[in-house]
Design a protein around this ligand. Structure first.
Ligand SMILES: NC(=O)c1ccc[n+]([C@@H]2O[C@H](COP(=O)([O-])OP(=O)(O)OC[C@H]3O[C@@H](n4cnc5c(N)ncnc54)[C@H](OP(=O)(O)O)[C@@H]3O)[C@@H](O)[C@H]2O)c1
Length: 228
């Protein structure tokens, strides 16, 4: 793949951090966002990626993110919508404020940022958008109204964007990882060598992106082979 300009949300740790590292290893330009400035500055210094403290739930920050990416790289070829949070609660016990706060990140913020990136991609007549969903978006589970619901929605939105953007030579793909050993939601501990790690997801995404632009992979899931 020739050198491309990546914007990765939530690059300060986990899957996003792996994507930043891998994209830089392959010689791509990278801007990434997050909120933990200490981690972001150290990753930026180590990799040569450009870090911007920006909350994807904030429209004001999303404006700044696109401006910053344009200033640092001259445009965006690959948008990876990775940042997300999870709120788990059973129906009957849901705190609607917490549910809305999660949707502000996983859904409304993601749409707002993409809405600001797509016009330039249309003008340049190319681009890749990668939405990180989850296997929670393939099968519902207890306490999943907020998180699983947002990931199901993301899969549906991905299909809408594919219908709209394929005629502009813009590829939109959806990735559904199973459990990955990151600090996500403080629920997954990095102590099982048989379970997926962030590099597995980053590597599979970079592989799909390297496909010739005449084709693309609309959606794929990543499972641990034998996590038991
Ligand atoms: N880990 C899993 O088991 C798993 C499985 C399936 C899918 N996923 C999905 O994979 C993606 C990455 O998850 P992960 O496991 O790498 O999680 P993680 O280690 O918790 O990393 C999440 C990243 O998102 C950023 N972030 C969170 N809220 C943000 C906001 N409002 N604005 C900007 N950045 C924000 C965090 O940055 P700061 O902390 O600096 O804000 C961090 O860089 C998510 O979409 C998640 O739903 C994860």
């Amino acid at each position: 793949m020739e050198s491309r300009r990546f914007l990765i949300t939530g690059g300060s740790k986990g899957i996003g951090e792996s994507l930043v590292r891998l994209a830089r290893t392959f010689g791509h330009q990278v801007v990434f966002t997050g909120r933990n400035e200490e981690r972001m500055n150290s990753l930026a210094a180590e990799t040569g990626a450009h870090a911007l403290r920006a909350d994807v739930a904030s429209a004001e920050d999303n404006v700044k993110t696109v401006e910053f990416a344009t200033e640092k790289m001259g445009g965006i070829d690959v948008l990876i919508n990775n940042a997300a949070v999870a709120y788990g609660a059973a129906i009957g016990e849901i705190d609607m404020e917490k549910l809305r706060a999660q949707y502000d990140v996983n859904m409304f913020g993601l749409i707002d940022l993409t809405n600001r990136v797509v016009p330039a991609m249309k003008r340049q007549g190319s681009g890749d958008i990668v939405n990180i969903a989850s296997t929670s978006g393939l099968k519902g589970h207890a306490n999943g109204t907020a998180y699983s619901g947002s990931k199901w929605a993301l899969r549906g939105i991905t299909q809408c964007w594919q219908a709209e953007l394929r005629p502009h030579d813009i590829r939109v793909m959806c990735v559904c990882p199973s459990e990955v050993q990151t600090g996500f939601n403080e629920g997954v501990k990095g102590d099982n060598p048989k379970k997926l790690v962030a590099d597995d997801i980053a590597g599979s995404i970079m592989g799909c992106l390297s496909m010739h632009p005449r084709g693309f992979i609309p959606e794929f899931a990543v499972f641990a082979t034998n996590p038991w």
